[in-house]
Design a protein around this ligand. Sequence first.
Ligand code: FNR
Length: 179
Amino acid sequence: MKILAISGSLREASTNTAILKSLQKLAPGTTDFTIYCPDPAIPHFSPDLDKPDAFTSVETLRNLVKNANGVIICTPEYAYGVPGTLKNALDWLVSSGELNEKPVAALSASPMYTGGEKALTSLLHTLTALGTVPAGSLSIGSINTKINAAKEITDSETVEALKMLLQKLEKVVAEKVSG
Ligand code: FNR
């Protein structure tokens, strides 16, 4: 099974990317689990620019999504919304359709107790517009108290919730593959 994990943060010390790395470790050995942070070289989306093979950065993203059986997106909340980098990357997938009918699990994490829930709600709306198959969602609040200096999740409830989300995604993917 091929899982593509997309982070909404470009930060080196990102807690959201750290969550994806934890999920990578929790995934079965048979899972091909790739973590992707949106390439800053992806241009601002405009339909005028949306021509086949116009940008290597866009084609790389589109191929990664196309070749994945399932996708996990984990994002911070910026100003009550999805970071522009992630939203821009998703906008590039509208016309090409790689996310259409693709199982997607969505997460948000924040040092605030609200866990980036507004960004998560907005992300889920976007994923609906893109025609994805919902495969679970999770909002993680107070992330800074649940992660250590080595960027490992130390909170057992959070680890359990991540395991369950991964299992749900794998189940939705398996159901889709078996038709
Ligand atoms: C934030 N942060 C934030 N957090 C939140 O819960 N709601 C918000 O609206 C915002 N807005 C916001 C705007 C800007 C410009 C910054 C830089 C930060 C805090 C944010 O959740 C925090 O920096 C996270 O650690 C970012 O996620 P990563 O990079 O650790 O994955």
